[in-house]
Design a protein around this ligand. Structure first.
Ligand SMILES: [Zn+2]
Length: 235
């Protein structure tokens, strides 16, 4: 029995006792599927924002930071399926979910021509404390999926988090607001000179974290920046 064949037997054996099923509908997954079946992924509420320049995600940043493009793949609403998927990704150790959603994002954005002039993908860095708790950065895994589907490389350790946002809870409201600035900084900015960077996060709400990420990249005109998230929450 060659290795490949014995491996197939092993997979069939594992499947017998640990069937791979869709997290949403419970259907058996094809070998090409992971976590969520194709039918359930197709039912997620797409925004179509990637085809519209002045979309609601771009508008969040008007008058705050200059972005080339901004988009979110799906509407993110409380109680809906996407919220459950993101919850699994962030709080249940299911980092594969990030890759599944990232691949969806990559397929849509590539087809729309959104990725054409992007040089690199940078996931929003997580603070160290939360990284230790969670064991991974969910945005890294969204970026990995996006990279698989688009062929654009993920670059880490260029944008770093310098302040733990947790420490802000001890401060007054005004100070807290002020404190969002300067929590990220750029390492070796010369390596990003003239590049068009796509920043990735799970869900955009107020845009405060994204804005803080983008600011140091735009300083001194280092780079051009666009953003993309899996979810858009308008509440
Ligand atoms: Zn399903």
């Amino acid at each position: 029995m060659n290795f490949l064949r014995s491996n197939t037997y092993l997979n069939a054996f594992t499947e017998l006792f640990f069937p791979r099923i869709c997290y949403v509908c419970g259907a058996h997954l094809f070998s090409s599927e992971q976590e969520v079946c194709r039918r359930c992924l197709r039912k997620l509420p797409r925004t179509g924002f990637e085809l519209v320049d002045d979309n609601p995600v771009s508008q969040i940043f008007w008058g705050r930071v200059k972005l080339e493009k901004a988009t979110s793949l799906y509407y993110y609403r409380k109680g809906e399926i996407l919220q459950q998927l993101v919850h699994r990704l962030k709080y249940k150790g299911n980092y594969q979910m990030g890759q599944v959603l990232g691949v969806q994002m990559g397929n849509v954005l590539t087809q729309a021509g959104f990725m054409v002039d992007i040089d690199m993908i940078i996931p929003v860095p997580l603070h160290e404390k939360r990284l230790r708790q969670r064991g991974y950065n969910q945005s890294d895994h969204i970026a990995i999926g996006l990279s698989k589907a688009s062929g654009i490389e993920v670059v880490k350790n260029r944008l770093v988090r310098t302040v733990h946002t947790e420490s802000q809870t001890h401060k007054g409201r005004f100070e807290r607001w002020e404190n969002v600035d300067n929590i990220f900084s750029v390492v070796n900015p010369e390596l990003l000179n003239g590049k068009h960077i796509l920043i990735i996060d799970d869900v955009v709400t107020t845009g405060a974290t994204m804005e803080a990420c983008v600011q140091p990249l735009l300083q001194n005109g280092i780079a051009k920046v666009s953003i993309a998230t899996v979810g858009y929450a308008n509440y």
